[in-house]
Design a protein around this ligand. Structure first.
Ligand code: PLP
Length: 386
């Protein structure tokens, strides 16, 4: 059966070039990057090469890159590494749970936390941020692009506000890396998270950019790896894969790939809106990453549509991967003040650079049929939509 994957924001497939780059580091060049013999030195050279490649993607020094196990660890390292009881942290209500739940845990430990609201289109207002700043504000953590809607946050302005107020700024760029150009110098951020598996590197890889001079308490204690910022033997093949994926992502930002993905996304979105009644785009009027659209299909259950589409061979998602299956509607759509039935009737379609015109044709074939069948079989009362 034909299968079409439109869930890139959950994870992306490894690119063959990435696997080829990684392959020798499993068996042939298996060394521990801390060993002084040749096997170790080879491993060290490969790790440092990957560090350069990732640094080039975000315009920082290689020494400012800390390899981690992924976006979740990077976010946790940024937050737990910087704030102490008595400090104030500002974040937003639409962050990934890796930031939200970390912030909630910090609050239990005596850190003051402000969760900024968002507009109906899912964007933070920098004026709200300015108003939230206190004398003890130590860190601002605002994502670059939202994983559910793709909405791009005003991070340049936030970086400027943070720098003027002399407050650390962390941005979760997990859903932006490879989709938007990232320059930590113009952004003026101090910390930035990236996850490998959202950009065609292996799952379980990631980085935290840590601006030189930022005093960060590590999460793990052990060896002096990663300049004492992250103890533990480096994941050599994973890091090599992440480096390769960063090189490929950097090229894709300028060779028309990103524009191609945006054109496919736009055709998919317009096709759904014109072929399926009572649909609309959540956060459709703001700048979004090129691969993502979040669409509500009023009068049906989103989870049921995800399953119906899966049975037809189309992979989509009814919220963030971690939240799907939970009865609660997405916290992001709720923060955007969507009525609960509409939030529950929303699907995320996220394309990869491997997506094709045929994939969009296929989606536009199966979605209208599945949506109308579900509406006939199990109508959801439109009166409750509000
Ligand atoms: N931050 C955002 C915005 C994400 O979308 C995700 C994953 O969905 C994460 C963090 C967590 O990344 P990882 O899966 O690498 O732990």
């Amino acid at each position: 059966m034909k299968r079409v994957y439109m869930d890139a924001n959950a994870t992306t497939p490894l690119l063959p070039e990435v696997l080829d780059a990684m392959r020798p580091y499993f068996i042939e060049h298996f060394g521990n990057a801390s060993s002084i013999h040749q096997q170790g030195q080879q491993a060290r050279a490969a790790v440092e090469q990957a560090r350069e490649s990732v640094a080039a993607l975000i315009n920082c020094r290689a020494a400012e890159i800390v390899f981690t196990s992924g976006g979740t660890e990077s976010d946790n390292l940024a937050l737990f590494g910087l704030v102490q009881p008595g400090d104030h942290l500002i974040t937003s209500s639409i962050e990934h749970h890796a930031v939200l739940h970390a912030a909630e845990k910090l609050r239990e430990r005596g850190i003051e936390v402000t969760f900024l609201p968002v507009s109906g289109d899912g964007v933070i207002n920098p004026q709200d941020l300015r108003r939230a700043i206190q004398d003890n504000t130590k860190l601002i953590s605002i994502m670059m692009a939202n994983n559910e809607t793709g909405a791009i946050q005003p991070v340049s302005e936030i970086g400027r506000i943070a720098a003027e107020a002399d407050i650390y700024f962390h941005t979760d760029a997990v859903q932006a890396a490879g989709k938007l150009p990232i320059d930590v110098q113009s952004l003026r951020c101090d910390l930035l998270s990236i996850s490998g598996h959202k950009m065609h590197a292996p799952q379980g890889t990631g980085i935290l950019y840590v601006r030189k001079g930022t005093q960060l308490e590590p999460l793990f204690f052990g060896g002096s790896h990663e300049r004492q910022r992250r103890a533990g033997t480096e994941n050599l093949p994973g890091i090599v894969g992440l480096g390769k994926a960063a090189e490929i992502a950097r090229v894709a930002l300028t060779d028309g790939t990103v524009e191609k993905i945006a054109a496919l996304r736009n055709r998919l979105e317009q096709g759904i809106l014109s072929q399926v009644e009572d649909t609309g785009v959540n956060g459709g009027s703001v700048r979004r990453v090129p691969n993502t659209t979040n669409i509500y299909f009023d009068n049906l259950e989103g989870e049921a549509l995800v399953i119906a589409l899966d049975l037809k061979g189309l992979c989509t998602s009814g919220g963030s991967a971690c939240a799907s299956g939970a009865a609660e509607p997405s916290h992001v759509l709720s923060a955007m003040a969507l009525a609960q039935p509409r939030a529950r009737a929303s699907l995320r379609f996220s394309l990869t650079k491997l997506s094709t015109d045929e994939d969009v044709d296929f989606a536009l074939e199966v979605i209208p049929v599945a949506a109308s069948r579900l509406r006939e079989l199990a109508p959801v009362n439109a009166g409750t939509l509000g």
